[in-house]
Design a protein around this ligand. Sequence first.
Ligand SMILES: Cc1cc2nc3c(=O)[nH]c(=O)nc-3n(C[C@H](O)[C@H](O)[C@H](O)COP(=O)(O)O)c2cc1C
Length: 402
Amino acid sequence: MTNNLKEKNIVLCVCGGIAAYKSAALLRLLIKAEAKVRVIMTQNAKAFVGPLTFEALSGQPVCTSLFDDREEGAIRHIEWANQADAVVIAPATANVIGKLANGIADDALTTFMLAVTCPKILCPSMNTIMYENRAMQRNLDILEADGYKLLAPGEGELACGTYGAGRLPEPADIADRLAHTLSPKDFKGKQILITAGPTLEPLDPVRFISNHSSGKMGYAIAGAGEYRGAEVILISGPTALPSPAGVRKIDVKTAREMADAVFEHMDKAHIIIKVAAVADYRPHETAVQKIKKNTDDMIVSMKKNIDILKEAGQRKKNQILVGFAAETQDLDKNAQKKLREKNLDMIAGNLVGDPSSGFGTDTNKVTLYFSDGSKEELQLMEKKSVADILLDRILKMVAENG
Ligand SMILES: Cc1cc2nc3c(=O)[nH]c(=O)nc-3n(C[C@H](O)[C@H](O)[C@H](O)COP(=O)(O)O)c2cc1C
């Protein structure tokens, strides 16, 4: 997957909030991603974390004042603002938010922010009552209208001992949103519908028939699509994965629920990618009460589920339809048959069974088959990288389709 932070000039602004210590972890992540980071701190932030920490981690002088340590011939706040590719304020205090919403520039950080034209991410972090205060919410609305990207605080136990909204998001999530801001938006204006995960077909109130799909491949494509500017709807069977940021997720359990959701949303989608491992069959009947082990044998009578991919292939208009084929043998033959029979534009096939590829792994070895009969064998790689290559090929097809 492309590292969108590499070589980028990032300015990390740290305010005087209790979560300032997390900024050091964020800085480490950004440096690890090979970004060039400069830090600006408010005077009050220095009461929480020393500038030396940020100086050591960034390898650059930290700016804490407009007037001290000025580099020769440079008006630092203007120069840094001109050079920045993105700015993140984490944590952003109620005080700084109030000042920024009103155009006040009475220290290095707020003066710098008035000179910034690149994307700006603001991470409010404070006590819940402060966060919910009307003046605070009014100020956030103003800043959002002014073009700031707001990263909503998480809910949880706060340093002040209360529980509620106000926690600074985890450094990895802030870094992720920064990378998102900097990624090229080549899918802007496109809607992608993705299905992922397994389906569960209930036998009784406590048992079901399912499969080993973890949802990782579909979630990786959803995340990559969102990064690239697409509006993504992810229809997901039950998985243990966190929802990808910025993606609309619809949770389903059974194949029938998945079919309903797909057919409700597919008309508006430009691209439909069906990664879910949908159960081919479901029990004829679901017992109302838990089935007791009264007999030595148990025979479950099964009924075929709707073939969602095939139905989508019949219904598709001027849309790109992509399927996945997880096979245990004869990959070429089986994948190409599925491609033809289901009227797909592309199918990504992989052999399951290899420990480094298939269900539950973070990597996958995929072969792409196209409707013109050609195929492309990809190396073993991270599912995130497979997702990006898949989207690259889809974008090419979209361009060719006009
Ligand atoms: C222990 C302590 C923790 C604080 N935590 C926060 C906080 O998490 N968020 C916040 O907005 N203000 C917090 N404050 C209040 C700010 O430090 C105060 O409003 C200060 O003026 C902010 O300065 P700055 O915005 O210039 O950094 C805290 C104050 C103290 C004493």
